[in-house]
Ligand binder design. Structure first.
Ligand code: TNX
Length: 693
């Protein structure tokens, strides 16, 4: 066992997760998180105070004593007058809780009974008017759980918090034993920013609607409310556009790195599929922002339409659209950028772009259309040609009633973005350093800013790079992060003060951007997105805090992030078990039945141990890093077997199963225990039952 967990300095003295916030801690829960820690256990993490492992951290939370127990008879009650949208959120909550609990959890209207979960559209006094759009108040007592919010979106945010108050196994797709308790809390919560986004590039590598919907549901659990879909780039165009069949018959057939065809044939979505994803995002209270990047990053469009000479939609000569480096154009399936450009002077350029924008805006109910606008070298388009392009395209977008969004390049010289347009700042630069002027130019033009500085938010950047290793070895880039960007880089920055002259009066939010040149499948995407997106979700949602590598806020976040490991594992989400995170051991016990001879043989517990161990693991053997002792409840002990899949350089290790064999001499119901240890994490003890008749 050579994996060393890094315990952040200063944890022992940490005064609880509320330090510095407006709330008052009136008690520490007698039982922390179900089985997440063993108070008796000695170990480096045992001295840390219990935390509510909620991410993003609520604006304020007060922990009382005792716990709420969700039991089999519980109902989800929609308070009178709350309306159908609240009913839908209640249905969402039921759907989240049913698989793991196995309970019926009927959604009902009317009066609550003890043990119910109540959702109510109301006006919690603790929320100021500015906090109401997504604010909520969540209160649990020994006999009730209530979420009250002024809007259905606020209720939805509240149910995400409620899920995280339950043990991590609540995110399992199959029934788990429980018990399903939460601490007694009063949480008043609302977001810092209205725009909390994640972007996925399905142009460099195609992803199916179903895969994208998985990411939507995973991101929604962390209160991400914008899904930015990068639909087109040099290597692929991914949406069917009426009147331009070649955009997909030619434009969608390639991907980065595979020379397009054999290994990775590309793909595209029909308009119906796109609409279904938009609707799915909306059901997760997420706004979908479509992007067709232009005038650069569009070799796929040029390759498709350059020879489209018999298309009646193209009034001039389609060869006139190509202002790129190559004429005639040619496919380039490398990761190169900056070689393609559409010509602003070609009427055919505008026939194509108008069709795309008209159709895409009609399919998209959200307020934004992202026209891209990044990385067009002046060798291809002069500054004035570029500005002419952006201005003309912005006019088409606003003519369709949409807010113009683009990379902050669109705030450059000569552009006149309509009032309220949004610039996404991507440069890995802070203060007044070169590159930051794009954000200030945006502010000077009255634009709003989404902060996506590449060295904090680009989810395609490698986690770590040294002279001899890079993590992950087989995917990721590192242009913005020469030595890697791990959880610390994602967490330790402040969107409202990163760039001089750009403050919270300009910034509307934060976005994590998953570029896919190196990530050909969703498992790889998840490995890069998680857990960093959770850090960005907190930066975007939670109140401003001093976030530095040595700050209390960061140490507190790491503890809560560690608690998310079991949730992600139980939900089957791949992630990088970052060595910056003090991952915990979290176990749940099973129920076993003996055969007619009193023999049991099977699983006694399931263990989440992200990042443990790095060596081969087949047996429950302390020399391999995991130790386990099973007490069978009849005074005897034995050593269990551990099975599971090891980590690879792009997958987290699996959940582990602990099993054993035992013969009971007498019939009865036995309460056994298994104690698990790994590395320097706090050991965990979990109970199981075995019945012998
Ligand atoms: C930069 S910054 C890009 C993308 C790449 C990404 C790779 C910006 C708006 N564009 O085209 O995919 O870097 O990290």
């Amino acid at each position: 066992m050579n994996r060393k967990l890094h315990l952040p300095a200063g944890l022992a003295g940490r005064g609880g997760w509320l330090a510095g916030s407006m709330a008052v801690v009136i008690g520490i829960p007698a039982i922390a998180f179900a089985l997440a820690s063993s108070p008796a256990a000695a170990g480096p993490t045992a001295s840390a105070a219990p935390v509510l492992d909620v991410v993003p951290k609520p604006a304020s939370a007060t922990v009382g004593s005792g716990q709420f127990t969700l039991d089999q008879e519980a109902r989800i009650v929609v308070a009178p007058g709350s309306g159908s949208a609240a009913g839908q959120v209640a249905g969402d909550l039921a759907a989240y809780l049913r698989p793991a609990t196995g309970y019926a959890l009927p959604v009902v209207a009317g009066a609550a009974q003890p043990g119910d979960i109540v959702l109510e559209i109301g006006d919690p006094a603790a929320l100021t008017p500015a906090e109401q759009a997504e604010g909520y108040q969540l209160t649990t007592t020994a006999s009730s759980a209530t979420i009250e919010a002024p809007t259905a979106h606020g209720l939805y945010d509240g149910i995400q918090t409620f899920r995280q108050l339950l043990p991590p196994w609540i995110s399992s797709a199959k029934v788990a034993p429980g018990p399903w308790t939460t601490p007694v809390v009063t949480i008043t919560d609302y977001p810092r920013y209205t725009y909390r986004g994640v972007m996925l590039d399905i142009a460099r590598h195609y992803e199916s609607p179903a895969a994208v919907e998985e990411l939507i549901s995973q991101a929604a659990a962390y209160k991400i409310n914008v899904f930015h879909l990068h639909l087109s780039d040099d290597q692929g165009f991914r949406l069917a556009i009426k009147g331009f069949p070649r955009l997909t018959s030619i434009g969608s057939t390639g991907s980065v790195g595979t020379d397009g065809r054999a290994e990775d044939p590309g793909g595209f979505w029909t308009q119906a599929q796109y609409q279904a994803v938009v609707a799915d995002a909306a059901a997760h209270f997420m706004t979908l922002v479509p992007e067709v990047d232009s005038p650069g990053h569009n070799n796929a469009i040029i390759m498709s339409e350059y020879g489209d000479t018999s298309n009646p939609e193209l009034p001039a000569n389609p060869q006139g659209i190509d202002c790129g480096q190559n004429n005639p154009p040619q496919w380039d399936y490398t990761e190169d950028v900056g070689y393609s450009a559409l010509c602003p002077s070609s009427p055919d350029t505008w026939a194509i772009m108008t069709a795309i924008i008209d159709q895409l805006t009609a399919l998209t109910p959200g307020p934004y259309y992202d026209l891209g606008g990044d990385e067009v070298p002046s060798s291809l388009l002069s500054a004035s040609q570029y500005a002419q392009f952006i201005n003309q395209e912005a006019g088409i977008v606003s003519g369709q009633g949409k807010t113009v969004m683009g990379w902050a390049d669109i705030a450059g010289a000569g552009t006149t973005p309509p009032a309220g347009s949004v610039a996404e700042y991507w440069q890995p630069a802070a203060g007044t350093a070169s590159g930051t002027e794009s954000a200030r130019q945006a502010v000077a033009k009255g634009m709003k800013v989404v902060m996506a500085p590449a060295d904090h938010t680009y989810l395609d950047q490698k986690y770590s790079v040294t002279a001899t290793t890079s993590v992950p070895a087989s995917l990721g880039m590192n242009w913005a992060c020469p030595s890697g960007c791990d959880v610390s880089s994602a967490y330790n920055w402040d969107p409202g003060s990163l760039v001089t002259g750009v403050t919270d009066s300009n910034v509307i939010g934060v976005e994590g951007d998953m570029w896919s040149e190196t990530a050909p499948n969703m498992s790889d995407v998840d490995y890069m997105v998680f857990p960093r997106l959770l850090a960005l979700a907190e930066v975007a949602w939670s109140p401003a805090a001093k976030r530095t590598a040595t700050s209390a806020a960061y140490q507190d976040f790491l503890q809560r992030l560690a608690g998310q490991g079991a949730r992600l594992q139980a939900a089957g989400v791949n992630f990088y078990p970052s060595t910056e995170v003090p991952w915990q051991l979290t176990a749940e016990g099973a129920s076993l039945r003996a055969n007619s001879q009193g023999q049991v043989d099977g699983t006694v517990a399931t263990l989440s141990a992200p990042g443990f161990p790095t060596s081969d693991l087949t047996m429950c053997d302390s020399s391999l890093g995991i130790g386990c002792t099973i007490s069978w409840g009849d005074g005897t002990t034995s050593t269990g077997d551990v099975t599971g899949r090891n980590a690879t350089d792009t997958t987290v290790n699996s959940l582990y199963t602990i099993s054993g064999q035992h013969a009971y001499a007498k019939p009865g119901t036995y309460h056994g225990q298994v104690t698990l240890s790994a590395g320097n994490a706090a050991p965990v003890t979990v109970s199981f039952t075995a019945t012998s008749r």
